[in-house]
Design a protein around this ligand. Structure first.
Ligand SMILES: [Zn+2]
Length: 262
């Protein structure tokens, strides 16, 4: 073996291509690549396990909404970095020009792949997320008192369980409250869904990327008069903007109670 290596080195003294010359770098790059791939897989597994161990549908909903795309994006970047090292882990020949070419092509390829993944996550993946979120939102909640499925109250029924602030928020801002009721014991579970985090389908490009970006009250409602609220929507994909005005009324209950205190 030693003889073999010796003879190789002898040959390579004449030939500039030495397969062992960059062995240290190649080994390190391979290790970094495997490490990065392993880390990316671990991040995804950790996310999946955390999700699987959450029993509450609303907790799952918020977790997916808040972190799934972000987590997958981080894992993808680490994966691509791993690929970049792997692509440069079998170097036998280098020169200043070759180093430049390798850095340039690796960087460019990595960037292209990362951009493709980013676009998939940003514009196609939300469709998939949306379906799962819908299932989670309307999955019957189980009452901790009886262990039986609770009933989701209708918009009219739920008002009795929402305080004035919640009702106003629901009427005005892009917020939805779901009220689940255990009919046997009267136990109630209220869940809040924010429109700022929830994208709609864009009327222009049809992607699920149309969100409320700003809400402003143009006119405050008073006892006799309706107010006005402007909702500003913007598409995260094509940039399409839309405004929608909503009339603000002081809710019936609020009016009654303020009339009662007056
Ligand atoms: Zn759009």
């Amino acid at each position: 073996m030693a003889v073999l290596v010796q003879s190789q080195i002898n040959i390579n003294e004449l030939d500039p291509i030495d397969p062992l010359k960059y062995a240290d770098w190649n080994n390190m790059a391979t290790t970094i690549a495997y490490g990065a791939w392993g880390l990316a897989i671990l991040i995804v597994i950790y996310h999946v396990i955390r999700l699987a161990t959450m029993s509450d549908a609303k907790t799952k909903y918020d977790f997916i909404n808040r972190s799934e795309i972000k987590t997958f994006w981080i894992a993808s970047v680490i994966l691509v970095v791993g690929c970049a090292f792997y692509a440069n882990a079998a170097i036998v020949k280098l020169s200043p020009l070759l180093i430049f070419v390798r850095i340039f092509t690796t960087g460019a390829m990595g960037l292209i792949v990362a951009l493709i993944i980013q676009n998939l996550l940003k514009f196609y993946y939300p469709f998939f997320i949306e379906k799962r979120l819908k299932v989670l939102r309307y999955k019957p909640r189980v009452s901790p008192k009886t262990g039986k499925a609770m009933k989701l109250l209708s918009e009219d029924e739920e008002d009795a369980y929402l305080d004035e602030g919640m009702q106003a928020e629901e009427e005005v801002f892009s917020v939805d409250y779901d009220v689940w009721k255990d009919e046997e014991t009267g136990y109630v579970k209220i869940e809040r869904y924010s429109g700022h985090l929830h994208a709609l389908q864009c009327p222009e490009c049809n992607y699920q990327t149309f969100k409320v970006v700003r809400e402003e009250i143009l006119k405050n409602p008073s006892a006799g008069e309706e107010g006005e609220l402007m909702k500003h929507y913007q598409c995260g994909y094509c940039g399409y903007k839309a405004k929608k005005t909503v009339t603000l009324k002081i809710s019936q209950k609020f009016e009654e109670s303020s009339a009662a205190t007056a």
